[in-house]
Design a binder for this molecule. Structure first.
Ligand code: ADP
Ligand code: MG
Length: 253
């Protein structure tokens, strides 16, 4: 089953008089349970793509389905509801609330969920802080934690709603190499054990090497899809050619 299906999606941004075409004709479907990297240089459209999948923004054209539900025409309130139930977010700069403890940060997205009781909230906070190895740090504020620990809190927060998808926008970009590797290993363990689909963006080859699916983005076009079985070192890459060819004035057919 696909958790995300994208059909002929375009995204334009209006910058004053100028239109920036951030994504062109993206068609793509993501299987449940994958550990997927979106790779591409800065400005290629990775964040834009994650924001569309995460129902934070809407496509200019085209359709997006999350768990086979068409989200393209939903209202902002309906999108907020889909996010609160199905999608966890991890950010490059952690985005924890500084005045809240680790436990309160993890609890925060659950406060949007009246269907989850106070007791269940408490259970989930303890459970997911434990999963990320921070059971002893529940009462620490973000400024009392290292970068790696902050990102672990962010992972626990993303997991707390028990989402079907976790989106991570360059999750290791603000961490040193060793800590980044730890964070990826943790994400992968969670992916294997809880079967949560992970979609993360990166421009770092070392980070891509942790993934089992790869989508390469350049200039707003998907240029390649990669698949790799567990334990494989090499990617099985399918190149896509939907980017416009350079203009050619000469006659040809
Ligand atoms: P990446 O995450 O790969 O660095 P982005 O998705 O942030 O790329 O950006 C893709 C393109 O869209 C870039 O040309 C960027 O300048 C442009 N862009 C992104 N967000 C906006 C915005 N809010 N307004 C105008 N242009 C934007
Ligand atoms: Mg980005």
């Amino acid at each position: 089953m696909s958790v995300v299906r994208i059909e002929h999606v375009y995204k334009d941004y209006q910058l004053g008089e100028q239109t920036v075409q951030a994504l062109h004709d993206i068609t793509w479907s993501i299987d449940a349970g994958v550990f997927l990297a979106i790779s591409g240089p800065s400005g290629s459209g990775k964040t834009t793509l994650l924001n569309l999948i995460g129902c934070i923004d809407k496509p200019t054209r085209g359709r997006i389905f999350i768990n086979e539900q068409d989200v393209s025409e939903k209202t902002p309130n309906e999108l907020a509801d889909i996010r609160a139930r199905s999608i966890g977010f991890i950010f490059q700069t952690f985005n924890l609330l500084p005045v809240l403890s680790a436990a309160e940060n993890v609890e925060y997205p659950l406060l949007r969920r009246p269907d989850i009781s106070a007791q269940e909230r408490k259970n989930r906070v303890a459970y997911f802080l434990d999963i990320v190895g921070l059971g002893k740090f529940a009462n620490h504020r973000p400024n009392q934690l290292s970068g790696g620990q902050r990102q672990r809190v962010a992972i626990a927060r993303a997991l707390a709603i028990k989402p079907s998808i976790i989106l991570a926008d360059e999750p290791t970009a603000n961490l040193d190499k060793a800590t980044g590797r730890e964070i990826l290993r943790l994400m992968k363990q969670i992916n294997r054990h809880l079967k949560t689909t992970f979609i993360f963006s990166t421009h770092d080859q070392k980070v891509i090497d942790h993934a089992d699916r790869l989508v390469q983005v350049e200039d707003g076009y998907i240029t390649a899809f990669g698949v790799r079985s567990q334990g494989d070192k090499t990617w099985n890459i399918a190149r896509v050619r939907n980017a416009p060819e350079p203009e050619d004035e000469s006659d040809s057919d």
